[in-house]
Design a protein around this ligand. Structure first.
Ligand SMILES: Cc1cc2nc3c(=O)[nH]c(=O)nc-3n(C[C@H](O)[C@H](O)[C@H](O)COP(=O)(O)OP(=O)(O)OC[C@H]3O[C@@H](n4cnc5c(N)ncnc54)[C@H](O)[C@@H]3O)c2cc1C
Length: 649
């Protein structure tokens, strides 16, 4: 053998230490619970099999115990007793483990911890079974079963036998449970170490599910940096960016020749369809936002602003928040998914006075403003001023404008009725201004229904009209109307960030990036753009696909597949983006909605229910689904929360 292949022990040790310099091992409680369950079943077999064999040969009482458990459960099969004993022991083992973990941060990553945990759980199961269960539940049936099994034994003799064997069966039971505990504790610990751990590189802040992949990473990236590593940078942590990230991570989980980085100025992924409900106190802000780091397993996350993109030199400059520190990141593949921003069409007054509904911060501002208006109007004696404070104008007949106006209408009217009794209901004006002839034109005649429903609930709708000016106490429309109002919410259009509009490539008139069918910039085959910042033409109609989350998610699938095939050298396998929308839905106030789903038109309560189910199911984690579902449940019984998150300065 060559010396290289067979290093001296000291060299091996040095190498392992050096690698472990970067290593941080993480554990998942969910996986540990799974391993504990497997360990418990194997431990149960280990402890029972010799016992059962022993019972058959010596006629001891364990077999009888199983029959007694079965009898208590209404069966006469010992297997039922066996299954129940195992199930109960496993549940007790898992609950003990969770309590140890939650209270003492105890985990079974070390073998000795696994051993301690197993023995501890064994003692608890013994204590539960040997003392209360055996004495109170099983005891009275034991003698009966013994005498049934042996017709020559009377009930009195059987009772004597049970009493006489009390100490020895206690010792037996104790040993059995300790054997179970040791077996399952050690097994669960080994499984956790082998399969449950994540091996995290401290320097790169990325993790691997296998130690061997982690070691390859250290070798390729830190020890002998390989020139063949492909660097993928994803800009943006919205539907498009996170969609691409998830698929790339899955494919390249064990491929250390690919490095992935994601940059986003918000450190959370925002579920925008629920933003209007958050803005009016139905949902808590944290419940519709999920930290991006929870998605970044195999990818490095940078919480920073993208300042500029150098397409030719393949470099992105980012600035982090705290100290404005700048840094350059190189890439081989770039995914531009920076979304859009509110378009004020160059009107500085609107930009200065209007609130917007695009980000989590926007929704918090709307909520604070509406509550502040309610609080002020409640103290106002001057009815004209009260009316101005109670007038809310929303601009935009698209989904975000319509959903926002519906939510504000419900929130203001319900809150006035419940909490602000000095406000004259007649003074409330909620107005929707739309430049189009219809609202929600995407859903055809359902838009008419939405309009009628909103009007029935008290919303004034002004169509075919544009807002042209605003100051602190009124808005002005292009039909000459001046409306006194203190709150304007602008949902009138979307444009792109200057970082996108400055790029030296082809743009549409509204600044979006023009891409080819494969979602690549036309002159850069390794640079992809998708989501709200890209304009993707549907070849069949010649029109761009609409900027919606639904489309961004599907585009993400195509972009990741195209990057994967390109990295694998399958250059002819690039896929075109073709997608038929599955439909559109909008919530238009309390328990009311409209939905156009695969050609079917639904409206009213059913559409509202479908809307909720769909957007609940698309939340990215079970935790957020439960939190949002609880918020909705609480809303059925309690009034909206009117806590303002900003005081008087
Ligand atoms: C109120 C509202 C309701 C909506 N309802 C629906 C709906 O019901 N159904 C539907 O399909 N669509 C809906 N949409 C549209 C949907 O939200 C967008 O189409 C979707 O978010 C686009 O995804 P994206 O990833 O392209 O952009 P975004 O989700 O906007 O993500 C952009 C990401 O880029 C980051 N970013 C931006 N600029 C920078 C920078 N300079 N540096 C670093 N990071 C940056 C942001 O932080 C963010 O993480 C709604 C939108 C709104 C505002």
């Amino acid at each position: 053998m060559t010396p290289e292949k067979n290093p001296k022990p000291s060299e091996t040790k040095l190498k392992i230490n050096k690698k472990s310099l970067y290593l941080r091992v993480g554990f998942s409680l969910k996986k540990e619970i799974f391993f504990v369950a497997i360990g418990s079943i194997i431990g149960g077999l280990t402890m029972h099999l010799p016992r059962i064999f022993f019972d058959f040969t010596t006629g001891s009482q364990y077999f009888v115990t199983l029959l007694v458990i079965a009898k208590v459960l209404g069966s006469n099969l010992p297997e039922v007793g066996f299954a129940f004993h195992m199930l109960a022991a496993t549940i007790i083992g898992i609950v003990t483990g969770i309590l140890l973990h939650k209270i003492f941060k105890f985990n079974i990553s070390k073998l000795k911890n696994g051993l301690f945990y197993g023995v501890f759980a064994g003692v608890i199961v013994f204590a539960v079974f040997a003392i209360p269960v055996s004495q109170l539940v099983l005891g009275p049936n034991m003698a009966e079963i013994l005498s049934e099994l042996d017709p020559q034994m009377t009930l009195v003799e059987a009772s004597e036998l049970v009493k006489g064997n009390f100490v020895s069966s206690l010792v037996d039971s104790f040993i059995m449970h300790i054997i179970w505990g040791i077996t399952f504790g050690v097994l669960a610990s080994i499984l956790t170490r082998k399969l449950g751990a994540n091996f995290r590189c401290r320097r790169c802040e990325i993790e691997f599910s296998k130690i061997s992949t982690y070691e390859k990473h250290v070798e390729n990236v830190h020890e002998n940096p390989s020139k063949s590593i492909k660097r993928i940078l994803i800009l943006g942590g919205g539907y498009a960016g996170v969609g691409v990230l998830k698929q790339l991570q899955e494919t390249f989980e064990n491929n250390v020749n690919v490095s992935i980085g994601l940059i986003s100025k918000d450190n959370f992924f925002l579920h925008t369809p629920l933003l209007p409900e958050m803005a009016t106190g139905m949902l808590a802000s944290r419940h519709i936002a999920t930290p991006i780091r929870t998605f970044c397993k195999r990818a490095r996350y940078f919480h920073a602003k993208v300042d500029s993109i150098d397409l030719n030199n393949k470099k992105v400059t980012i600035t982090r928040g705290l100290d404005q520190n700048k840094r350059d990141l190189d890439f081989d593949y770039l995914v531009i998914a920076l979304g859009g921003k509110t378009n004020f069409f160059g009107n500085e007054n609107i930009q200065k006075h209007a609130l917007t509904i695009k980000t989590l911060g926007d929704a918090i501002d709307i909520r604070n403003r509406v509550i502040s208006m309610l609080e002020s109007a409640d103290q106002e004696e001057d009815l004209e001023l009260m009316s101005k404070l109670m007038t809310f104008v929303v601009v935009g007949g698209g989904f975000s404008g319509v959903e926002t106006v519906g939510e504000i209408n419900d929130f203001v009217r319900e809150s006035v009725e419940k909490f602000y009794r000095n406000i004259d209901v007649e003074k409330i004006r909620i107005i929707l201004v739309s430049a189009g002839e219809k609202i929600l034109p995407e859903i055809g005649e359902l838009g008419e229904y939405a309009m009628r429903s909103l009007e029935k609930n008290g919303v004034e709708i002004i169509k075919k009209t544009k807002l042209i000016d605003v100051d602190s106490d009124h808005v002005e429309l292009d039909n000459g109307m001046k409306i006194p109002c203190a709150t304007l919410i602008w949902a009138g259009g979307v444009t792109v960030d200057p970082v996108i509009s400055k790029l030296e490539t082809k743009h549409t008139p509204n600044g979006r990036l023009e891409v080819d069918n494969f979602l690549r910039l036309k002159e850069h085959t390794n640079i992809f753009a998708l989501g709200d910042c890209a304009s993707i033409i549907d070849k069949r109609t010649g029109k761009p696909y609409p900027p919606t989350a639904q489309h961004a998610v599907r585009e993400a699938k195509i972009v990741s597949e195209n990057i994967i095939s390109s990295i694998k050298g399958e250059t002819n396998a690039q896929k075109s983006f073709v997608y038929d929308s599955k439909g559109s839905m909008a919530k238009i106030g309390k328990r009311n909605g409209v939905a156009l789903l695969m050609g079917s038109k639904i409206k009213g309560l059913l559409a509202w229910f479908v809307w909720r189910q769909y957007y609940l199911s698309t939340l990215p984690s079970n935790e957020k689904k439960i939190r949002v579902a609880l918020d909705w449940f609480v809303d059925l019984f309690f009034p909206r929360d009117i806590t303002s998150l900003s005081g008087i300065k």
